[in-house]
Design a protein around this ligand. Sequence first.
Ligand code: NAP
Length: 259
Amino acid sequence: MPVSERLHLLILGGTSEARALAGEAVARLGQRLRVTTSLAGRTRDFARPAGELRRGGFGGAEGLAVYLREARVDLVVDATHPFAARVSASAQAACRSLHVPLLGLSRPPWQRRAGDRWIEVPDADAAALAVGRLGCRAFLTIGRGALASFARAEQVHFLIRLVEPAETPPPLRSFEMIFGRGPFTEENERLIMTRHRIDVLVAKASGGASTEAKLAAARHMSIPVILLRRPKKNTDESVARVEDALAWVERKLDASLET
Ligand code: NAP
């Protein structure tokens, strides 16, 4: 098929699922499909996905609509992190306005198990209110976005884990930073929590295998977990597995040949 006739798939990325989908789509459908992954571009050290890559924000829903038109995008898979709500809302609005098919690809949430001491809260502010009641040495694994919320928990010492150093230090009275990118092992998580005398864990309800080990470690150490609930994403159609997203893309490709 001539390159100009291939359909163009845009994957909104930043997750392992997005990278896996780009790899599978290029390998299995690359003859019929042009694949571009978009990243927010905040981390310096990232794994390059298969296919084409663009980085940086679009400028909201309107900017994304301009991009979709100019880059002649035929299909969009929103495979962003379950907590990346703004870019998903933009995708929803832009795709609707241009009648571009949109699929959400979002990993299933974690399931509570016997022994878990989870306290679910709606957001970082609520987590910050709860943390001092549950412990005095907190392991904070929520990324860098909402660290300022925890400034009010003045009596708590925070161990903050980020993927890479932040440009500005968080406005917290007492903290240490460690750096690391999943997948993490339970053994490693237990070691960290023991070494730092952690008595409460704060995490996002992200789901996925890569960061689940900290929950198993907390369960076995009987440490309470403040779990931030996922924001709502209103994508009309969504799947939880990469293979189902690939099947959706393939169906759209087949349908385009029939028209
Ligand atoms: P967000 O709050 O939904 O997005 C903030 C802004 O960043 C968006 O409005 C958009 O800017 C830009 N953006 C986000 N994702 C983009 C993408 N894939 N391509 C181009 N622009 C993007 O998202 P976030 O929570 O800051 O997450 C940013 C990225 O990190 C996402 O790609 C996400 O998948 C990944 N990530 C997030 C988390 C998390 O916990 N939030 C964890 C792991 C990975 P414009 O409005 O200018 O278009």
